[in-house]
Design a protein around this ligand. Sequence first.
Ligand SMILES: NC(=O)c1ccc[n+]([C@@H]2O[C@H](COP(=O)([O-])OP(=O)(O)OC[C@H]3O[C@@H](n4cnc5c(N)ncnc54)[C@H](O)[C@@H]3O)[C@@H](O)[C@H]2O)c1
Length: 261
Amino acid sequence: MKALTAKVAVVTGARQGLGEATARRLADDGATVVVADLQDPGALAAELEQRTGRRHAGVVLDVTDGRRLRAALDDVVARFGSLDVLVNNAGVSQPQLPLIETTDETYEHVMAVNARGVFNGIRAGGAIMAESGGGRIINIASYLGKRGLATFGVYSASKGAVISLTQAAAEELGPYGVTVNAVCPGTMVTQLMLDTLSATTGEENPDAEAWMRAYAGDRIPVRRMGRPADVAGLVSWLASDDSSYMTGAALNLSGGEALYF
Ligand SMILES: NC(=O)c1ccc[n+]([C@@H]2O[C@H](COP(=O)([O-])OP(=O)(O)OC[C@H]3O[C@@H](n4cnc5c(N)ncnc54)[C@H](O)[C@@H]3O)[C@@H](O)[C@H]2O)c1
């Protein structure tokens, strides 16, 4: 039997990047997966159905809207019978600027998606799982949640909030059989990272390969950038029964770039 057989999982921000890889991995490992995103993730849900021969679903939602998120999760329970795993992955980056040049709009938007979005997910998913007797909440933070980085101040703060929410939720929900953990990826190759690179270099099509080789060579002990599949593998383990004694953790997944706890 596969590790996630009979589990129902929701992954937010799953239309591309780390969320997409995670949705694919959870489906391959036996879960029924509901992919949720601002942009219609229907094509991915259909592909997962074809690939696994099981039912999955796609839902359009904005994680900043707490009521809509709760309604969507209730709908998952009504349709598939339970909510066992919630991966709060949806997130946005920020224009790379010092804090004294950062706009109110950037602050509001980054905090709304990255911090409030995860709060909305924990509140809604945690309530459903606590009532049903257990579950797994996995929040995608960042290594920058543990180390505020110049020109990424608001993003770093939003991910720090994700780690604090994870710890508080782990204490509150542990007695109900719900574990809550955060994954703190390092520098991963996704569209979000490539967009950030374009914004940083000012080039429309920067030589990403050369940049990645130089960056990894300088800063990452395992000498490569992270891949979406790296995150997917850790999330799958956190979603499984094997991880039942781990909660409140914020796990670095950075090829050694982040050596602090
Ligand atoms: N890529 C990296 O290097 C890296 C490193 C550390 C952490 N992260 C975090 O991992 C997560 C995924 O990042 P990614 O690189 O795959 O990003 P991405 O931009 O490739 O994908 C993010 C997805 O989230 C969706 N989304 C954005 N706002 C949303 C909202 N309000 N409601 C619902 N969906 C929304 C987007 O439509 C998109 O499909 C984010 O939380 C990000 O902060 C990424």
